[in-house]
Design a protein around this ligand. Structure first.
Ligand code: NAD
Length: 367
């Protein structure tokens, strides 16, 4: 969350909305409240040049409203670039509901939230994020068509995680091609941090290709299960950032590449699913570049999930979603090349490619 970077006191000193640290020319920010259900939500619409702003709803027990606002500002901006670089005709948006998803989420609250989404007439389309389940999206779908990630029985695209994992695998192979001259991961030592929905499927792809996989997670039960099922080792050291591996795949939390870890990492490549891996995208992206570590930008290679839900809007099937996700391989290679040619970090290069696409569309629209 943003509080990792800026203290609560600092946040409160800034102007309430447009002066916030994560405000980046967002088009619209909608504050939603309903006394009867206890709903307090914020919908952030960052940019709609390429299409409707699509992004998930996160329900989280934020410390205060500043934290919730900054989270939605930061996350909605991220969606703009993720969809743009993936070549989708979607803008960037996100929503946050303030509260504990385990104790405060009710069907009435979700329906009310759906009514607010509906009031935006499709400018914002919601989906699942942390604290949400497919059944919650089904409840939202009762009151608005502007929702994706609904059950397959209702015409939805189902669980996006395997498609996300496939995209990460494609991005990792492209990084190997760029770094080693071959995209084969056979014999490569890969550390997968976080073996949840995405991480486990990634392990499956890697093992099938003959990579030497090491897993890490805070959940010992999951570690034992995944280790037994795929025959992979569990990381046994004290500090996984010092692990001698070829590839580090962050698939748990964001901001794992930070002041404390960035100089310890010895891997040649970083390629994983977690959102916002760089604690500070300018500082840590640059250090990785200087240290010769190839960083596959998170929002570039974890776009399989959004490509999968986009199928619900564009009415394409699973095979087409996979084909588009496979293309992350080509896009990644183009971006690595572009970064070298223009002396940019890979993260900056991906952002620029996304921004150029938005600018081009804006120009066409102005004609
Ligand atoms: P998940 O909740 O299923 O799995 C996360 C795993 O990380 C869990 O097993 C958890 O125990 C582990 N974990 C948590 N903290 C950890 C720590 N400090 N060290 C090691 N392990 C830790 O989540 P997921 O759906 O697999 O997503 C993984 C990451 O990818 C998240 O950052 C998510 O935002 C991002 N992402 C997911 C998708 C998707 O389609 N699911 C799409 C884009 C991005």
């Amino acid at each position: 969350m943003i509080a990792e970077v800026v203290s609560q006191k600092e946040l409160q000193k800034m102007d309430p909305v447009f002066g916030q640290v994560s405000f980046d020319n967002h088009e619209q920010i909608v504050f939603c409240h309903d006394k009867d259900t206890g709903l307090k939500a914020i919908i952030g619409i960052h940019n709609t040049v390429l299409g409707p702003a699509l992004g998930g709803t996160r329900m989280w027990n934020y410390t205060n409203e500043w934290e919730a606002l900054n989270d939605v500002l930061r996350l909605s901006r991220g969606m703009t670039f993720k969809s743009a670089v993936a070549g989708l005709n979607l803008g960037g948006g996100k929503a946050v509901i303030i509260g504990d998803a385990k104790t405060q989420k009710t069907p009435e609250l979700m329906r009310k939230f759906g009514e607010f989404v509906h009031s935006l007439s499709g400018k914002y389309i919601t989906a699942e994020d942390v604290g949400m389940k497919t059944e919650d999206m089904d409840t939202v779908h009762d009151v608005t068509p502007y929702v994706t990630g609904i059950s397959e029985s209702r015409g939805g695209s189902g669980n996006p995680s395997p498609v996300t994992a496939y995209g990460v695998y494609m991005g990792m192979k492209a990084a190997a091609k760029f770094k080693y001259g071959s995209d084969s991961l056979r014999g490569k030592k890969v550390l997968v941090q976080g073996i949840g929905h995405v991480g486990e499927t990634l392990v499956d792809f890697l093992v099938k290709e003959g990579a030497e996989v090491i897993i890490a997670d805070i959940n010992q039960e999951r570690l034992n299960e995944v280790s037994a099922q795929y025959g992979v080792k569990i990381y046994a050291g004290n500090d996984l950032y010092t692990a001698e591996v070829d590839i580090y795949a962050p698939c748990a939390l964001g901001a794992t590449i930070n002041d404390s870890s960035v100089y310890k990492i010895t891997a040649d490549i970083i390629a994983g699913a977690a959102n916002n891996q760089l604690a500070d995208e300018n500082v840590h992206g640059k250090i990785l570049q200087e240290r010769g570590i190839l960083y596959a930008p998170d929002f570039l290679i974890n776009a399989g999930g959004i490509i999968n839900v986009y199928a619900e809007i564009e009415k394409y099937d699973k095979a087409e979603a996979l084909r588009r996700t496979e293309n992350i391989y080509n896009t990644s290679l183009e971006i690595f090349d572009y970064a070298v040619k223009n002396k940019l970090t890979t993260h900056q290069a991906a952002l620029l490619v996304a921004q150029n696409r938005i600018n081009e569309r804006k120009k066409e629209m102005a004609k």
